[in-house]
Design a binder for this molecule. Sequence first.
Ligand SMILES: Nc1ncnc2c1ncn2[C@@H]1O[C@H](COP(=O)(O)OP(=O)(O)OP(=O)(O)O)[C@@H](O)[C@H]1O
Ligand SMILES: [Mg+2]
Length: 373
Amino acid sequence: MPNVKIRNLVKKYGDIYALDKINLDINDGELFILLGPSGCGKTTTLFSVAGLIKPDEGEIWFGDHLITSAERNYIERPQDRNIAMVFQDYAIYPHLTVFKNIAFPLQIINLSRDEIKKRVFDTAKSLGIEDLLERKPKQLSGGQRQRVALARAIVREPNVFLMDEPLSNLDAKLRVFARAELKRLHKKLGITIIYVTHDQIEALSMGTTIAILNKGKIEQVGKPDSIYNFPKNLFVAGFIGSPPMNMLDGSLKKDNGNAYLDFGFTEYKLLNELHQINTVKHKEIVLGIRPEDVLMSKEIVNNSVRAIIDIIEPMGREFEIHLDLGKKIIISVMRKIENFRIGDEVYLTFNDKKLHFFDKKTGENIFTSNYND
Ligand SMILES: Nc1ncnc2c1ncn2[C@@H]1O[C@H](COP(=O)(O)OP(=O)(O)OP(=O)(O)O)[C@@H](O)[C@H]1O
Ligand SMILES: [Mg+2]
């Protein structure tokens, strides 16, 4: 199976750049996620790979085989690309049995009856629906129906799978199950999947690589843990993580060999290793701290920020605590809240090993403290 290369892809609708110079390298066997808010260009990217959209600029390659080139005015037909697509409203034919639904794409390519039977059965077995082959779709649960749609896509043994929010019609519980199922299937079959979602949890839990799109541009490409731990800019930092990363505007100051962050209402002393930030170049910054890295204490501790507990939200396994700093509310997540109460005065420290500094003007990451040790 080839890798997919996307080069300088541009797609305009009137004045709007749906895609604005997209470059991506998708390796063979990846479960590659396109993640971003509504309208950022995910479906347009997928449709371009499928051959359903002709871009205004750029090229797409499957390995060393050119499939789309705006410059050369060349576009290979979708049916010649050996791709399979599963979309949000995976339509399976209601009047056909599960067997016939899965067999449908094979009948189009004129395989023998025995070959069709064997491929349908093998595929159904890999998805655990081999006992449902004689049923009609209305006799299936939502998750089973979805597996039929997947089976129908897989049965042709495509080069690349394109999936556009395929789990969004499922209820929350089934989604978690279907996510794991899809991940297992991906591992077992070793197929290349390009998977579109706007759900960051889905992206983090399933993806081998994630590309984050925003307004037709790629903000960051990386493994899930590097996207989470080293967001390249404010957009990625704010988009990934739930509850989102806390953002505090401040000025960097150096005084007597110490570095401080001045938030206006209070100051925070920075560790030695944070001195390497160029305070001349980057003066106005945004400090990003994930909720799990905001630590609370009832006693005054060294280098802490005073806050009042505004709200405590029990989330089942953990608590989300909204903390009022006077001018700003930030959120902490804790497994236990011990004897903390709403209205309590508390002292906050930030996990110095996981601080993110962004330039306020450009939004670019200047420095992320070394979270590894
Ligand atoms: N046929 C079209 N005509 C005009 N504008 C379009 C067309 N298709 C898409 N767009 C615009 O291009 C941009 C990207 O659309 P796209 O469908 O790729 O977004 P998306 O990331 O898939 O969003 P969603 O999560 O809502 O599905 C949007 O601004 C959209 O309004
Ligand atoms: Mg879409």
